[in-house]
Design a protein around this ligand. Structure first.
Ligand SMILES: C[S@@+](CC[C@H](N)C(=O)[O-])C[C@H]1O[C@@H](n2cnc3c(N)ncnc32)[C@H](O)[C@@H]1O
Length: 454
């Protein structure tokens, strides 16, 4: 059934919202001021959801108005907005959740730091394989709430080199026609996903994820051809994944050609990155993010600092240039191994790498009565366990810097820290993910003086 709606605002999650007969309806890819014809696709007790069928009149901030689906915009749910408007709505979304969930006013929120690069900023890409309409092998993205894949020749977010590598692989596959595409329904076929990592030196790592227990000869030959023909491809892996799963990478990564890791330099430190390691996807914005986070410490010299949820230890190793001691905590073993390799190559000796769950390991440090002057947290989207947050003030940890990729959990955790005696001094939003509704931010907390002298 088609209905008309005027979009009033953008809500958390990035969808537009309007009312039909007084009933709120959420519409992906819609913009405030849009007058739309939509199809209702679900109706719950207190709200509904609809998809755009026709734009009757576009909102002022909408660009490319004949385009309106996620497929039109390569899966990017904010790409129908001008970049200026994207930043404006990100600020509003932060302010909204901080008020509603954290009880924190706008006065603490600094203007968002935008990205110089609005497209082609991603240094890691994973695309699934499929067959196109003419039986050719394609890669792309899943359509909204579907297992159908649409082809993208030049993904707008990926680095140019990444697009080149993926297109080269597809070209050889379609020339040789000797490797099948995985079919998840029947759990048959070989090619599952292609992953690329690229760096600022225009070098690439290629990882082919296949449904097999060992490497078929024709897959080995394909990757050898890509490695030999593309100078920029410095590292090639196969990931064996024969499980019925939505997780792309398998448990076993086989190194085939070139280097084992890709290198990236931040602040004069050469970081080694493996296929499975976490590394921020937008390098230039990440440098700004780290600069902001590190500048939030009043003083680094002679301090003992925990880098919690450390990944390969990027932030901790930058801090180690001035700090007395850094504890770098990360749960993924291979990622910790990358950190150790990086520290060794860069002669860094004052970072202790601790592999395990931050929520346990930070307690252990406290129990061992190790000095902790400050902590920098950078958790995944689910944020930090309440128990961890509640023990920090009793150990008189004076400074906390909290990097977050999810304003809702950041707001929830801020509320707990404030209850525990911390003062939230400022929040700096940054745009690490242009064209999408994702938001990154950094918060600075200091322990209330009365709690320190108690
Ligand atoms: C958002 S990333 C941040 C990484 C790093 N700070 C950076 O900028 O590259 C979060 C990291 O926390 C790790 N992680 C997730 N849960 C964890 C836990 N409970 N304890 C320790 N590390 C965890 C993930 O493997 C990932 O490397």
């Amino acid at each position: 059934m088609l209905k008309e709606i005027s979009i009033e605002k953008i809500v958390n999650g990035g969808e537009g919202m309007g009312h039909i007969d007084g009933f709120p309806v959420f519409v992906p890819m819609s913009v405030p001021g849009d007058e739309l014809e939509i199809q209702l696709i679900s109706k719950k007790k207190s709200y509904g959801r609809g998809i755009i069928k026709k734009i009757i009149k576009p909102g002022e901030e909408r660009i490319d108005f004949p385009k309106f689906t996620e497929e039109d915009f390569h899966g990017c749910n904010f790409a129908m907005l001008s970049y200026e408007a994207q930043l404006k709505y990100k600020m509003l979304l932060v302010s909204d959740v901080m008020k509603k969930i954290g009880g924190v006013s706008d006065a603490y929120i600094l203007p968002i730091i935008g990205s110089d690069k609005e497209i082609n900023y991603r240094n890691k890409v994973i695309e699934p394989f499929a067959y196109g309409q003419n039986g050719e092998i394609i890669t792309g993205m899943f359509k909204r709430r579907s297992h159908e894949i649409f082809q993208i020749d030049k993904n707008m977010l990926s680095s140019d080199l990444s697009n080149e590598v993926i297109n080269k692989v597809k070209k050889i596959l379609n020339k040789n026609k000797n490797i099948s595409v995985y079919n998840e329904k029947f759990h048959k076929g070989i090619l599952r996903h292609i992953m690329t990592r690229t760096n600022s030196q225009n070098e690439a790592m290629l990882v082919l994820i296949i449904n097999a227990k060992k490497i078929p000869d024709e897959v080995f030959a394909l990757l050898k051809e890509v490695y030999e023909e593309m100078d920029q491809v410095k590292s090639v892996y196969i990931s064996l994944n024969d499980k019925r799963t939505n997780v792309a990478l398998g448990n076993s990564q086989k190194h085939l050609f070139g280097q084992r890791t890709l290198q990236e330099n931040i602040k004069g430190i050469d970081f080694s990155i493996s296929p499975t390691s976490f590394f921020q996807i937008n390098l230039e914005q990440t440098k700004k993010l780290y600069e902001v986070g590190i500048s939030y410490f009043n003083n680094i010299q002679d301090k003992c600092i925990v880098d919690a949820f450390a990944g390969i230890g990027t932030i901790g190793m930058i801090l180690s240039k001035e700090a007395k001691q850094v504890y770098s905590m990360e749960i993924v073993e291979k990622t910790v191994a990358d950190g150790l390799r990086t520290a060794k190559r860069n002669n860094i000796t004052n970072v202790e790498f601790i592999c395990g769950d931050v929520n346990r390991k930070i307690q252990e440090l406290m129990k061992d009565e190790k000095t902790i002057d400050a902590v920098i947290f950078d958790p995944p989207r689910k944020g930090i366990e309440e128990e961890t947050l509640r023990t920090l003030s009793s150990h008189k940890i004076e400074e906390l810097v909290y990097i977050s990729c999810n304003p809702s959990t950041f707001a929830r955790d801020s509320k707990i820290l404030i209850e525990e005696g911390y003062v939230l001094e400022k929040i700096q939003p940054l745009d690490l993910f242009p064209q999408t509704s994702h938001i990154e931010l950094v918060g600075k907390f200091t322990l209330n003086k009365s709690e320190v002298t108690e």
